[in-house]
Design a binder for this molecule. Structure first.
Ligand SMILES: N[C@@H](CCC(=O)N[C@@H](CS)C(=O)NCC(=O)O)C(=O)O
Length: 280
């Protein structure tokens, strides 16, 4: 049974650059369910599932993985396998987010978490610099292993959705309100916009994608007031960018990042160890 929105509160570990963290947060927002976002996994989560995000705990209960399972729990129908595959297909090009590592860290530095106050908050920002360090290591490995090539036809990865949206008319993929496919696809759009990668320009400009652009506009209008919209600056109607971390928090993040780099003989093996822990 799905309990009422006011009885539920989620604590989510993750970053709002992740499409799956975004999908979960958008779904909770849609259902009017309160949540907090925390940048660091608990030690228990770290031991069990490494750095994989999102992990979420409902009402202080056990931490769970898998955005789709958690969205089902709050009342969404599960996304069809073929749609999930097409959502992953729209994520191509994400590896470009580390083309410029400084820009990558800069974007992460802006994330405005505030869970604790005072020194504890600064400690969290210092420690959370390990997350982009980990992601940089992971994406670098992925690039070495798969050697991704530029697509011959940049819009191709989005054409499945362009067609589906043409069939869906003026609403969402879910009809009058967003369904799990809307949430996940919009999560991908947020990911591409959080650190702009070539697929973002394709979404903005490619003449083959008018339906997708119109849908992004409808989603932005629908989620106006949701505080993690990175796409709002690139598509109409415009919406405000997420609130950035304050200067002290950012300073702390950068001190953390420099420390992670200086401690590379320790931090790189730790990242590799944790990467191997994750079941993908
Ligand atoms: N199927 C998972 C996918 C989650 C996922 O791929 N998360 C990425 C961030 S976008 C992650 O944490 N990757 C870390 C890793 O693979 O080690 C879900 O939907 O929750």
């Amino acid at each position: 049974m799905v309990s009422s929105a006011s009885e539920q509160k989620f604590k989510i570990y993750g970053g709002d650059h992740s499409p799956w963290v975004q999908a979960l947060m958008l779904g909770l927002h849609e259902r009017g369910i309160a949540f907090t976002l925390t940048p660091l996994p608990t030690l228990g989560v770290l031991r069990r599932s490494g750095m994989m995000m999102p992990a979420a705990s409902k009402n202080g209960g056990a931490w769970q993985l898998e955005s789709a399972d958690m969205l089902v729990e709050v009342g969404f129908d599960r996304i069809e396998a073929v749609d999930l595959k097409a959502v992953y297909g729209a994520w191509r090009g994400v590896h470009h987010r580390i083309d410029n590592p400084l820009r990558f860290f800069h974007a992460w530095s802006l994330a405005g978490y505030q869970h604790n106050t005072g020194l504890a908050n600064l400690r969290d920002h210092f420690l959370r610099s390990f997350v982009p360090f980990y992601m940089l290591t992971l994406i670098t490995l992925m690039r070495w292993r798969t050697r991704p090539q530029p697509p011959p036809e940049p819009a191709a990865q989005f054409l499945f959705w362009e067609q589906r949206l043409a069939d869906a008319g003026d609403g969402f993929l879910g009809g009058a309100s967003p369904n799990m496919a809307d949430l996940m696809l919009f999560g991908i759009v947020q990911c591409h916009a959080s650190i702009p990668v070539p697929p973002l320009e394709t979404l903005r400009q490619d003449p083959a994608l008018p339906e997708l652009r119109a849908w992004i506009g409808r989603m932005q209008a629908h989620y106006r007031g949701y505080p993690h919209l990175y796409s709002g600056k690139y598509f109409t109607p415009g919406t405000p960018q997420p609130t950035a971390a304050g200067p002290l928090a950012r300073l702390s993040f950068w001190l953390g990042s420099i420390t992670m780099l200086a401690a590379a003989p320790l931090s790189v093996p730790l990242a590799l160890l944790l990467i191997n822990r994750v079941q993908r």
